[in-house]
Design a protein around this ligand. Structure first.
Ligand SMILES: Nc1ncnc2c1ncn2[C@@H]1O[C@H](COP(=O)(O)OP(=O)(O)O)[C@@H](O)[C@H]1O
Ligand SMILES: N[C@@H](CCOP(=O)(O)O)C(=O)O
Length: 314
């Protein structure tokens, strides 16, 4: 449920008057998504997405929109902002920053094929290579965030889960953060954030966690979601999907030796990360926000699976 801010037709028409796009024919709230309010608009027989930022301020939201403009100029398909008559990508509605972005055709795929995974690997590698020079965005949900929030929920967990939490924090100490290559990373490339048409990737959305950090973080996030066998409740990784995603990535950007050595640590860390973010949201639902709660246990199981593995063949 993601229409947090309800918008009337009059308010929308008023907002759109700054764009000269034509007549608003229809608009419809979008129920998917967790953080922002999204509407699908039909203006002059063209589709657009109207987003109201529920958490981000104007400056931060603008940063992310600039990134999508930058990526689309590098032939990395994504939703890009429309500028109003004064060249602004953000305008206010009901006191909140909001924007209009292009509509990406296609649908997300909850049952990706190895070919879909290969295309996701290619996309990430192209993004990492092309956006190294993009103005760095800091990562507000990195090492410090994990440490601080693990402490915050520690006493709320069982003894077993407290040990698991400690294991997660220990992993981040084993990683050679300063020696690993960095770039601008998506940091949330889950299956619901990529669209396909006839098995071809049409583009990627939701760059609102993007930041400048170690590239392996993106690989680990994508592998944990795209290559997990979600149908059997053991949450094992499908070797075929795993290989396809890695091959796609390495066609464009082969791993450095240290990246090969530390990929397993990142797979462990990022499954721990989403167990943690989801558990934090459960215990401390953000006030005033309408966050859709996701199941932390799925990522707890994936984390435990990765912890039981001692080496990875790449
Ligand atoms: N540019 C776009 N083109 C087509 N559909 C989109 C676009 N942006 C968002 N959507 C739709 O809106 C949903 C929620 O968007 P998302 O960015 O994931 O929201 P949130 O930021 O709240 O997580 C997506 O699952 C998709 O169905
Ligand atoms: N992908 C994350 C949650 C982030 O939510 P999004 O709707 O903004 O992609 C998870 O699955 O926990």
């Amino acid at each position: 449920m993601s229409v947090i801010t309800s918008i009337t037709e009059g308010e929308l028409t008023d907002f759109l008057s700054a764009y000269n796009l034509g007549e608003l024919q229809s608009y419809q709230g979008i129920t998917e998504g967790t953080v922002n309010t999204n509407y699908l608009l039909n203006i002059n027989h063209q589709k657009y997405i109207f987003t109201v930022f529920e958490v981000l301020n104007k400056e931060t939201a603008e940063h992310y929109l600039t990134l999508t403009e930058f990526l689309s100029k590098q032939a990395l398909s994504c939703a890009t902002p429309l500028l109003d008559n004064h060249q602004n990508s953000i305008r206010y509605i009901k006191g909140k920053p909001a924007c209009l972005v292009s509509f990406l055709p296609g649908k997300s795929n909850q049952h990706p094929s190895p070919e879909n995974c290969r295309q996701i690997g290619l996309y990430l590698a192209k993004m990492h290579i092309n956006s190294q020079s993009f103005k760095p965005l800091s990562n507000p949900m990195g090492i410090e965030w994990r440490t601080e929030h693990a402490l915050k929920i520690f006493t709320k967990l069982s003894l077993d889960d407290q040990q698991l939490l400690q294991a997660g924090l220990n992993i981040q100490k084993k990683i050679h953060w300063d020696l690993l290559p960095k770039s601008t990373i998506h940091y949330d490339l889950f299956r619901d954030n990529a669209f396909f048409e006839k098995d071809q990737l049409t583009g990627v959305i939701d760059f609102y966690y993007a930041c400048f950090d170690v590239m392996l973080l993106d690989l680990a996030i994508a592998i944990n979601d795209w290559c997990t066998n979600w149908q059997d409740k053991k949450f094992n990784i499908s070797p075929v999907h795993f290989r396809a995603l890695l091959n796609g990535y390495q066609t464009i950007r082969p791993f450095e030796t240290l990246e090969q050595q530390e990929l397993l640590l990142f797979l462990q860390l990022m499954s721990f990360h989403f167990w943690l973010t989801r558990t934090v949201n459960q215990h401390f639902p953000p006030i005033g926000e309408s966050i859709t709660l996701k199941d932390p246990n799925e990522f707890k199981k994936i984390f435990k699976n990765w912890l039981s593995i001692t080496s990875l063949k790449i």
